[in-house]
Design a protein around this ligand. Structure first.
Ligand code: DGY
Length: 326
């Protein structure tokens, strides 16, 4: 029996390749950068499996070119690049990689929070420039993190991991989410629920951890920024389109908020020029980018593919209904 043919839009890591090699015949994209769209569309024509990154759109256009495709395995927890409904219609299983990147992403939300509060980017630029003349009492004074109020928008696994880290900073933690966890969770994590508007008004730092859905697109808009404290900071490691970037730029320019720490953008890799300011710390979508975590993500994607092709349920299938009909 020939092994099912799979296209991986990245070379992945050796351990992930080992998982795949027993049951699949994988063609890897190993050239630098992301494969051009035409290449992906060409590759999927004959393939039964696709392992992709969040830079590849798995939509009707792609699915039309891929009549034999049975699985699209995203190497990311977020799957807004995948049209799951279109996959379901065509009987293609869609999978993601939840769970393994929570702690690493939470670490990075804190990295941004600390960096913007304590003006690390400006300090680093000064230290490297050769223009640092002397210690001064009011030089690059930032804002304290410890003892402040942290507001978490989206209280899933990553939001909770961010909350857990706040206790070392003696912070008050409040959160908002459409679904409230059990009271024991609130007690254990020492967090209090707030409605969105109350959270906006009370927080010194707001960290966003919601998936990109039709109802969260542009969630942070002008009225939201208007409700925030002028001394507050917005941290976003979720998806860029959860924030209305033009509104954020306007809020920063007019001093409606104090600053932002951003890892994600509306039109990556484009970054709105208005965000390139001293009080914004910018990162290129690397919140999950530790070698340990990225390796695990690749392995999980590989396991999902192998599961499907060996007649098992992929552990992270997003549309299990396709398994029932196949
Ligand atoms: C994801 O997994 O969705 C991240 O954005 C990349 O780790």
């Amino acid at each position: 029996m020939p092994k099912p043919k799979v296209f991986a839009t990245h070379g992945l890591f050796d351990v992930a390749r080992q998982i795949l090699q027993k049951s699949c015949d994988v063609q890897y994209w190993t050239k630098p950068g992301r494969p051009p769209r035409e290449e992906v569309l060409q590759q999927v024509k004959e393939k039964e499996g696709l392992i992709c990154l969040l830079t590849e759109k798995v939509n009707e256009d792609l699915l039309r070119e891929a009549p034999n495709l049975r699985i699209a395995a995203n190497v990311a927890v977020g799957f807004d690049n995948i049209d799951v409904a279109a996959c379901t219609k065509r009987g293609v299983a869609a999978t993601n990689t939840p769970g393994v990147l929570d702690e690493t992403t939470a670490d990075f939300a804190w990295t941004l929070l600390m960096a913007v509060a304590r003006r690390l980017s400006e300090g680093e630029a000064l230290a490297r420039s050769g223009n640092w003349k002397n210690w001064d009492l009011d030089q690059l004074v930032g804002t304290d993190v410890w003892g402040k109020t942290l507001g978490i928008v989206g209280f899933g696994r990553i939001g909770r991991a961010v909350a857990r880290r706040a206790s070392g900073f003696q912070m008050k933690v409040i959160y908002t989410d459409a679904v409230r966890p059990a009271e024991e969770v609130e007690k254990e994590l020492k967090v209090e629920f707030r409605e969105m508007n109350a959270l906006l008004a009370e927080s010194d730092f707001i960290s966003v951890h919601v998936p990109l859905l039709p109802e969260t697109r542009g969630l942070f808009d002008s009225p939201k920024f208007y409700r925030m404290k002028p001394t507050a900071f917005l941290i976003n490691t979720s998806r860029g389109s959860v924030v209305d970037e033009a509104a954020l730029v306007a809020a920063l320019e007019s001093g409606k908020i104090a600053g932002a720490g951003l890892d994600v953008y509306e039109n990556e890799p484009f970054i709105h020029p208005g965000l390139k300011r001293a009080n914004v710390v910018l990162a290129p979508h690397i919140a999950s980018a530790s070698l340990e975590t990225r390796t695990k993500m690749a392995c999980i994607a590989a396991e999902n593919v192998v599961a499907l092709f060996t007649g098992k349920r992929p552990p992270n299938v997003l549309n299990p209904e396709v398994l029932k009909v196949s």
